[in-house]
Design a binder for this molecule. Structure first.
Ligand SMILES: [Zn+2]
Length: 305
């Protein structure tokens, strides 16, 4: 019996290589993997470390110093990855610097920086500049590292969104100017390689709370991790979307089209409504409402003449 399978990579004739051949199939229903979380629990979202501020440039690098004014931590929305991360243009260096100075410095975790499998990470960086946590005072970071972190995280978000929509995963990487993965299963492995190093800081820990202060919460006890890096904060948010398995709505404001789970309030980070929403934010609702109103008015004017 001929049980050959067309893989797009030549003819394959059964046997132990079934899995890799199967995964390279063009058929969406034949993905080699499913993406899931290692537990069913969403991670608590920690404050983001905002101690580092980019203050200038030095010999092609960005100069980073300890922040002297403003909060040293940022409380980011749970859908930061679907809004601010999605909206930033990684090629706009001024916007990238502003992004880091607003939300926290972005750098690549060592396992990502040194990953052999991830597409061209280390070759994109000029030289090795030690990440800021190794330095007590002034330090330097390559803007290419921040831009690479943005691209990888945006590709990871795109991978998950496409996965939920049962679409192709590879374009999520190509869209970021990254190498195109060989098939959707490689895109899934890259997804894990980007996200997992950013989840290490989310580990549980034994915490010592003040015995005489009964009101002290474990989050502020001795041994608790108070802040995480922006990279880790974004990974925790993507992980939580995986774990909760929410189905994204797509914003009906025509120029937006953003996938979202909850509608954003103009101010604050409260999640109010989740079901049957058409717009990612109140601004988008207003924009589309007035667009449709203008259209109706134009239609009336045309039919009346
Ligand atoms: Zn929108």
């Amino acid at each position: 019996m001929d049980n050959s399978v067309s893989t797009g990579y030549g003819e394959y004739k059964g046997g132990i290589e079934t899995i890799s051949a199967y995964s390279w199939s063009e058929d969406e229903s034949s993905l080699a993997y499913e993406i899931t979380g290692s537990s069913n629990h969403a991670l608590p979202l920690r404050l983001v470390d905002r101690r580092h501020q980019i203050e200038g440039t030095w010999r092609g690098y960005l100069q980073v110093a300890d922040r002297t004014e403003g909060s040293i931590s940022a409380n980011l929305p749970s859908d930061f990855h679907l809004h601010e991360l999605t909206d930033i243009n990684p090629t706009d260096t001024d916007a990238v610097v502003n992004f880091c100075n607003t939300h926290g410095l972005l750098w690549l975790p060592k396992p990502v920086l040194e990953s052999i499998e991830l597409p061209g990470v280390s070759s994109a960086l000029n030289t090795r500049v030690e990440p800021p946590w190794h330095r007590n005072h002034e330090s330097l970071i390559d803007i290419a590292e921040i831009q690479m972190a943005l691209r990888l995280l945006r590709a990871a978000v795109g991978t998950w969104i496409n996965y939920r929509a049962r679409g192709k995963l590879a374009p999520a990487w190509a869209d970021q100017g990254l190498q195109t993965p060989i098939g959707d299963d490689q895109a899934m492995r890259w997804f894990g390689e980007v996200i997992n190093p950013g989840l290490v800081s989310a580990h549980p820990a034994v915490v010592l709370v003040d015995a005489s202060d009964t009101g002290q919460t474990p989050a502020f006890g001795l041994g608790a991790v108070h802040v995480v890096s922006l990279y880790d904060a974004i990974c925790a948010r993507i992980y939580n979307d995986v774990v909760t398995g929410g189905v994204y709505s797509y914003c009906q404001n025509e120029p937006c089209g953003r996938p979202f789970l909850t509608q954003r309030k103009t101010e604050g980070r409260s999640k109010v409504r989740t079901a049957g929403l058409r717009f990612c934010s109140e601004q988008c609702k207003r924009a589309q409402d007035s667009r449709e109103y203008r259209r109706r008015k134009r239609g009336q004017a045309t039919s009346g003449s």
